[in-house]
Design a protein around this ligand. Structure first.
Ligand code: HEC
Length: 165
């Protein structure tokens, strides 16, 4: 009788040891993350053809002198004004407001308030001066020039012009 119990105890002890060993082995793994793979930043960039020039890179804004003389490269159309309105809503509305009067939800708390885009002062600017003021003028330099996409700029000028009317 005593020897039977002893045998059972030995069996259980053996089983427990086996279990512990299995758990121990499983936790030192092979791990899923430890495998041959290429992370995004480790990838080699495809080679660029010689003489490649960016067509979408940043363009230096006009100097004051250039701005005084520059006129918009394309006449305002229903299309460009419509596009400008969309871009105005991305970049300007929160400060200059729906009507361009400087009463946007963010603009309200500015001192001084954002410029009134319907004012005679803005209307008197050349296209180039408005372009420059919008990107590098008081209140924006240099943020707007760094964020407003190149192809959105002249449509924005076309739309801002409509406030004066
Ligand atoms: C973060 C708020 C803010 C945003 C966004 C903003 N503006 Fe302004 N804007 C101002 C402030 C402030 C002034 C300066 C008012 C002053 O000094 O009298 C200003 C001035 C101007 C002026 C006159 C600048 C000058 O030199 O006389 C124009 C034009 C203008 N903004 C157009 C725009 C257009 C177009 C956009 C969108 C592309 C825009 N702004 C986005 C706050 C903003």
């Amino acid at each position: 009788m005593g020897s039977r119990i002893k045998l059972l105890c030995k069996l259980w002890a053996g089983l427990a040891a086996l279990c512990a060993l299995t758990v121990l082995c499983a936790s030192c793994g092979p791990r899923m993350r430890d495998q041959a793979s290429i992370l995004p930043f480790e990838q080699a960039m495809p080679p660029m053809p010689a003489g490649t020039v960016s067509t979408k890179g940043r363009m230096a804004t006009f100097t004051q002198t250039q701005a005084a003389l520059a006129s918009a490269p394309v006449a305002p159309t229903a299309r460009s004004i419509g596009d400008g309105k969309i871009f105005y809503r991305y970049y300007c509305l929160m400060c200059h407001g729906e009507k361009g009067d400087g009463n946007g939800p963010v603009g309200e708390s500015y001192v001084p308030k954002p410029a009134d885009l319907a004012s005679p002062k803005i209307a008197a600017m050349t296209d180039g001066q408005l372009y420059r003021a919008m990107l590098r003028g008081k209140g924006h330099d240099p943020v707007m020039n760094q964020t407003v996409r190149l192809e959105y700029r002249w449509p924005l000028v076309a739309y801002v012009r409509t406030f004066a009317k």
